[in-house]
Design a protein around this ligand. Structure first.
Ligand code: NAD
Ligand code: LMR
Length: 329
C-alpha cells in the first residue's frame, strides 16, 4: 500500500449517501488505516455551497489520513488523476417508482462521467457505481471509457449481500459472523436473486434452510429484494448509511482482499459465464485477490436458481437495450 495519497473522487458528495460515506473514507475504513486520502468532491453548481459545509465538517474531524479536500462542479477537475471513483451522484427514486424508472434521468450522467474518466483518471482507476439503476449505469460508464479495462467498472450489490446475510442470520438465529458464501445474482432491483444454496450457516448448510420453500419464496427472497422499497416507505427517503456502508465494504475488499474461505457479491461486467451475456453488469459471487475481482466459478446452479438468475439477467438486458444509444462501445 502506497503512502502517497490515494485520490478518491466522490460524486453527489452533498447528498445523503455522500454524507454518510465521506467521514468513513477519511477515517480509513475504505482503503485501510495506513493509506492517506485526497478527497475530490463533485457536485452540481447549486449544491456547491452545501458541499463546502460538508468539507468544513470533514476538516473538523481532524482525520490524520485526510490530506486534502477539493470541491468542484467540473468533472474534469474531479476525476483528474483519480484512483477511485465513487459514482453516487444521481437522482434517487421516490415512493411508487422502480429503480429502472430512473434510467432516463440518470444514464446520461454516467455516459459523461465515463468519458471524462477515460480522458483524465489515473491508469489504475477503480469505479463503483451507486447511482441507480446502478448495474446499467456502470455498463454505460464502461462503454464510454474504452481505454479503461471494463472490469474496473463495478456496481453496488454489496448492500443486497449484506441484507441477505442479516435476514438469514435473523431467521436462523446464527451470528452474521458465522454465515458465509451467500451470493446475490443479477440486477440491483426487485428481480435480484439472493442465493443461499451454497451458504454455510454455522455448522449447517444453507441448502437445508432452503428446503423450507414457503419461507424462501415468500419471505427471504422478497424481503431482501424489496428492502430498498421498504426503507423508502418507512423513512420517506432511500437507504443512505447502509448504502454507504455497502460501497465502503465493496471497495475495501476489492483493494485489500475478501476474507479467506468466504465470498461476497459485486456487480461486474460479465465475461459470459453462468449464462450471463458478455458485457451486462451483473451481480455474481466474487472473491477479491491481488486487487482484482474473481467470479467464483463452477457452482452448481439448480433449476430453482437458474430460473431466477435468468429472469434478472433478462431485465438487465432490457435496461441495456433501452440505453443502447449511450452504451454502444
Ligand atoms: P441524494 O438526492 O441525497 O443525493 C444525490 C446528490 O447527487 C445530490 O446532492 C445531487 O446534487 C448530486 N448530483 C446529481 N447529479 C449529479 C452529477 N451529475 N454530478 C455530481 N453530483 C450530482 O441521493 P442519495 O440518497 O445520496 O442517492 C444517490 C443515488 O444512489 C440514487 O440514484 C439512489 O437511488 C442510489 N442508491 C443506490 C443504492 C445501491 O445499492 N446501488 C443504494 C441506495 C441508493
Ligand atoms: C436501495 O436498495 O436501498 C437503493 O437502491 C435505493 C432504492 O431505490 O431502493
Amino acid at each position: 500500500m502506497s503512502t502517497s495519497p490515494a485520490v478518491v473522487t466522490v460524486t453527489g458528495a452533498a447528498g445523503s449517501i455522500g454524507y454518510a460515506a465521506l467521514f468513513r473514507v477519511a477515517a480509513g475504513a475504505m482503503l485501510g488505516h495506513h493509506q492517506p486520502v485526497a478527497l475530490r468532491l463533485l457536485e452540481l453548481p447549486q449544491t456547491i455551497a452545501a458541499t463546502e459545509g460538508t468539507a468544513m465538517e470533514l476538516e473538523d474531524g481532524a482525520f490524520p489520513l485526510l490530506t486534502s479536500i477539493d470541491i468542484t462542479d467540473d468533472p474534469h477537475r474531479a476525476f483528474d488523476g483519480a484512483n477511485y471513483g465513487l459514482l453516487i451522484g444521481a437522482k434517487p427514486r421516490s415512493k411508487g417508482m422502480e429503480r429502472a424508472d430512473l434510467l432516463a434521468a440518470n444514464s446520461d450522467i454516467f455516459a459523461k462521467q465515463g468519458a471524462v474518466i477515460n480522458e483524465v483518471a489515473a491508469q489504475d482507476i477503480r469505479v463503483i457505481v451507486v447511482g441507480n439503476p446502478a448495474n446499467t449505469n456502470a455498463a454505460v460508464a464502461a462503454a464510454n471509457a474504452p481505454d479503461v479495462p471494463a472490469e474496473r467498472f463495478t456496481a453496488l450489490t454489496r448492500l443486497d449481500h449484506n441484507r441477505a446475510l442479516a435476514q438469514l442470520a435473523r431467521h436462523t438465529g446464527t451470528p452474521v459472523a458465522e454465515i458465509t458464501r451467500i451470493s446475490v445474482w443479477g440486477n440491483h432491483s426487485a428481480s435480484q436473486y439472493p442465493d443461499i444454496f451454497h451458504a454455510r450457516v454455522g455448522n449447517r448448510s444453507g441448502a437445508e434452510f432452503a428446503e423450507d420453500r414457503d419461507w424462501l419464496v415468500n419471505d427471504f427472497i422478497p424481503t431482501v429484494a424489496k428492502r430498498g422499497t421498504a426503507i423508502i416507505e418507512a423513512r420517506g427517503a432511500s437507504s443512505a448509511a447502509s448504502a454507504a456502508n455497502g460501497a465502503i465494504d465493496h471497495v475495501h475488499d476489492w483493494v485489500l482482499g475478501s476474507p479467506a474461505d468466504d465470498w461476497t457479491s459485486a456487480a461486474l461486467p460479465s465475461p459470459g459465464i453462468y449464462g450471463v451475456p458478455e458485457g451486462l453488469v451483473c451481480s455474481f459471487p466474487v472473491r477479491a485477490v491481488g486487487g482484482r475481482w474473481q467470479i467464483v466459478e463452477g457452482l452448481d446452479i439448480n433449476e430453482f436458481s437458474r430460473q431466477r438468475i435468468d429472469a434478472s439477467v433478462a431485465e438487465l438486458q432490457a435496461e441495456l437495450d433501452a440505453v443502447s444509444a449511450l452504451s454502444d462501445r
